[in-house]
Write a protein that binds this ligand. Structure first.
Ligand code: PLP
Length: 394
């Protein structure tokens, strides 16, 4: 047994979250792509079967009420809330992240009011956020200022209306300074929208603690909600009365069944709803969230850092020096739950890794991306992944 293999066994033995792996349906592959699509929690298939056969098949229309379908968006929002440091009543689930970015950004500009006509956006963001921000700017008569996150504080001013930022960069895995950037945006009187796609479920976010205005995120990455599971929207309680959605639908109406011709927004986070919720996906997500019962997000973060530290240690031991270059920051304060390695033939390398049972992903043009989901990835998985990588690139 190699020294690193021995260390992996020791780390697994001391891992307090190790028991959670049995709550997922996983085969023998090392699955390091949970930052793209989380693995399947064992509770989901049975729940989906029940929702389809009994709730839909037998109760039919009665389920909107008797099976809690109508209130699912806010009920499931309250299940996500503790994972992102939010008190209840501030999150609704529904629509995709892209759609929620649109709602949040336009609503933020409307809150900012006249005289503020600039939207600042992370230029390195996941493309959809940039596309939506460009359209939101055009619709609201704002100028879009795409800058790197490091440049954000320097471009803020009295004309800034809203700032859209990523907590963790999807490509490099860099963790941005949410408390510091939020405070900088507030110091000029503007509003901030955080995209939590690559942080929620992997680390504490502290939305309430840091006074974040609006936030969005998906649920199919570290929250394991399944392909296309609905996203969520957080609106800080103090701003809810002023949240003027650009997509007011009958589900965000104060009296949805009043069928009134005029729109009057519902109180609270419900204003973030739009139309009929996607019940099948939403209730699969609700079942998936059961794995979080009694799990501390601080413990998840501690394990995540231990996993990525150990992966980097194994990569330096097993991979010939200079063959790959780490683009994820080494400082814990700047690292999300993934490691991104640059190498010229990354596409080909990832193909061969997957053939050998190590599943990460490739991001154009030259990045190998490995995501570490602390709920089901162990230290022996990490050692194996790095060892196979070393063999593949040798
Ligand atoms: C995954 C991801 C999305 C996904 O958006 P969808 O509308 O759910 O497809 C958006 N933004 C970021 C930063 C992401 O990482």
């Amino acid at each position: 047994m190699s020294e690193l293999d021995f260390k992996a066994r020791e780390l697994d033995a001391g891992d307090q979250l190790a028991g959670l792996r049995s709550q997922f349906l996983l085969d023998d592959v090392v699955y390091l792509d949970g930052n793209s699509l989380g693995a399947l929690p064992a509770s989901v298939p049975g729940r989906v079967e029940d929702v389809v056969r009994r709730q839909w098949g037998e109760l039919r229309i009665r389920s909107w009420d008797e099976s809690g379908w109508w209130t699912a968006p806010e009920r499931i929002g309250d299940l996500i809330a503790p994972l992102v440091g939010a008190a209840a009543g501030q999150i609704v689930v529904g629509d995709s992240t892209s759609v929620n970015v649109f709602k949040a950004l336009v609503a933020a500009v409307r809150m900012a009011g006249p005289g503020r006509d600039e939207i600042v956006v992370d230029a390195t963001t996941f493309p959809t956020d940039g596309y939506i921000a460009e359209s939101a700017a055009r619709m609201t008569g704002c100028t879009l200022r795409p800058v790197t996150p490091a440049e954000v504080p320097g471009v803020l001013g009295e004309r800034t209306a809203a700032v859209l930022l990523n907590h963790v960069d999807y490509r490099s895995g860099r963790l941005h300074d949410l408390p510091g950037l939020t405070a900088a945006v507030h110091a000029v009187g503007a509003y901030v929208v955080w995209d939590l796609c690559h942080s929620a479920g992997a680390m504490p976010v502290g939305l309430d603690e840091h006074g974040v205005d609006l936030a969005v995120g998906c649920t199919y990455k570290y929250l394991n909600g399944g392909p296309g599971s609905p996203a969520y929207l957080y609106v800080r309680s103090g701003l809810q009365d002023r949240f003027d959605s650009p997509l007011p639908g009958w589900n965000s109406h104060v009296e949805p069944f009043g069928m009134r011709p005029d729109f009057e927004a519902a109180p609270g986070a419900l204003r973030g709803r739009v139309g009929t919720p996607d019940i099948l996906s939403m209730l699969a997500l609700e079942a998936a969230l059961e794995v979080w019962d009694g799990v501390s997000i601080e413990a998840v973060r501690a394990k995540s850092l231990a996993l990525t530290d150990f992966f980097l240690e194994c990569v330096s031991a097993y991979v010939d020096e200079g063959r790959v270059e780490c683009v994820t920051p080494l400082a814990h304060a700047e690292r999300g739950s993934q490691v991104a390695l640059r190498c010229d033939d990354a596409g080909d390398v990832m193909k061969r890794l997957i053939e050998r049972g190590v599943v990460g992903d490739f991001r154009h043009p030259d990045v190998l991306r490995f995501g570490f989901t602390p709920l089901y990835v162990g230290f022996r998985d990490v050692e194996r992944a790095a060892r196979v990588l070393g063999e593949v690139v040798a």
